[in-house]
Design a protein around this ligand. Structure first.
Ligand code: PLP
Length: 380
């Protein structure tokens, strides 16, 4: 019995009738651009998340770029983020012309260490861009407090944390802007690429809508009737909108999201219990926080042997975002020696992500547990 990280086909089988009817609805309507599905999804997602404004984008990376541009962040500006995230977080900062300044992480949650942020702030710093790694929220109360003190904007990279909460407030509700990804392997996966930026600020939302869609207000495109409106470009926008078909497919999936989050947490509870007495580090859930478990990341000093051992039993695992960004060839010229971000480096050398997707069955989970227990016992 092989155990994959994800089984998108299984989810498709579950939802096939609903997905097919959403597909047919969009095709039969024939309105493939600027149709009603994107605004409808945005309203439904806003209600689910508890934010006022949602702008669908065609990826999480696009969401980050649109947020940064709409906030006026660009050449000469610095944005503080972490080196252990998806490269998109840092790349988006550079793609709008600003500079990403990395700070190391806390060892327990693997999220931005608030204690290191102050030393990284310069007169050029415009924003904090924390990432809720693997689904555990960053320390938002403290980061927001610091941002307020220094007059900085907070952008949440919540691409891994749909459904996470801190003090009962959702990841994605703490920053001026927050970014989500609907990549297939994320909590709410499209059948291709998708994302969203969210905010409670109506003016900023309008600006982000323009950046997502050629620099015009959406109503100018959405306009029905025989005569098109004259163009009215307010900014030099991107073309990075969510598309009608994906909005319709995501609308099918959204009502299942709570049960999928619960399934992830149920897998995590079983793993926690089974691994409690093993010499490995299980993911921490800080008091007051709810983990969204995009990844169930354990850490072991024998990571590579453990990974090989479970692979022999057909169990897929991952080492998400390792090695860290400062050790990637693309950032070699920045000249960071080994040891520059010691906590990120140590985490990336020891972490292992186990299957935790909702479609994982109890027997597959049992196999993962059994193999990890056996191999860890043999290695220690
Ligand atoms: C997935 C992800 C992104 C990028 O999202 P895409 O939809 O793949 O462009 C950015 N940041 C983090 C933390 C992510 O996990």
């Amino acid at each position: 019995m092989p155990v994959p990280m994800y089984d998108h086909a299984a989810t498709y089988r579950l939802l096939e009738a609903e997905l097919s009817s959403a597909f047919t609805r969009v095709m039969a309507r024939g309105k493939l651009d600027w149709g009603p599905e994107v605004p409808a999804f945005e309203r439904e997602f806003a209600a689910w998340l508890g934010v006022r404004e949602v702008i669908g984008t065609n990826s999480g990376t696009a969401a980050l770029r649109i947020a940064l541009r709409a906030l006026g962040i660009g050449l000469g500006d610095e944005v503080i983020t972490v080196p252990n995230s998806d490269i998109s977080t840092t790349a988006a900062v550079h793609q709008v012309g600003a500079k990403a300044v990395w700070v190391d992480i806390d060892a327990d949650t693997m999220n931005m260490a608030p204690g290191l942020v102050e030393a990284a702030i310069t007169p050029r710093t415009k924003a904090l861009l924390p990432v809720h790694m693997y689904g555990h929220p960053a320390d938002m109360p403290e980061l927001v407090r610091m941002a307020d003190h220094y007059g900085l904007v907070v952008i949440e990279d919540a691409c891994l944390a749909l459904g996470a909460t801190i003090e009962g407030r959702a990841a994605g509700q703490w920053g001026q802007v927050s970014c989500f990804s609907f990549a297939p392997s994320k909590h709410l996966g499209a059948y291709g690429s998708g994302g969203a930026v969210v905010t409670n600020d109506a003016e900023l939302a309008e600006q982000m809508r323009r950046y997502a869609g050629y620099g015009q207000a959406r109503e100018r495109h959405y306009h029905e009737g025989p005569t098109s409106l004259p163009l009215e470009h307010h900014v030099e926008g991107f073309n990075e909108r969510l598309d009608e078909l994906h909005a319709a497919l995501l609308r099918v999936k959204l009502p299942y999201l709570n049960s999928w989050l619960e399934a992830r947490r149920e897998h995590a509870r079983h793993y926690h219990r089974a691994f409690a007495n093993l010499p490995i580090t299980c993911p921490l859930e800080r008091p007051g926080c709810l983990h969204a478990y995009r990844n169930y990341v354990i850490r072991s000093d024998h990571r590579d042997a453990l990974q090989r051992g479970v692979a022999d039993a057909g169990i897929a695992t991952g080492t998400p975002y390792a090695p860290p960004l400062h050790q990637q060839p693309v950032y070699q010229a920045r000249g960071y020696a080994a040891g520059s971000f010691p906590v990120s480096e140590a985490a990336s050398a020891t972490l292992l992500s186990l299957p935790v997707a909702p479609e994982l069955s109890a027997s597959q989970r049992g196999l993962v547990i059994e193999r990890v227990q056996q191999i860890v016992a043999a290695l220690n």
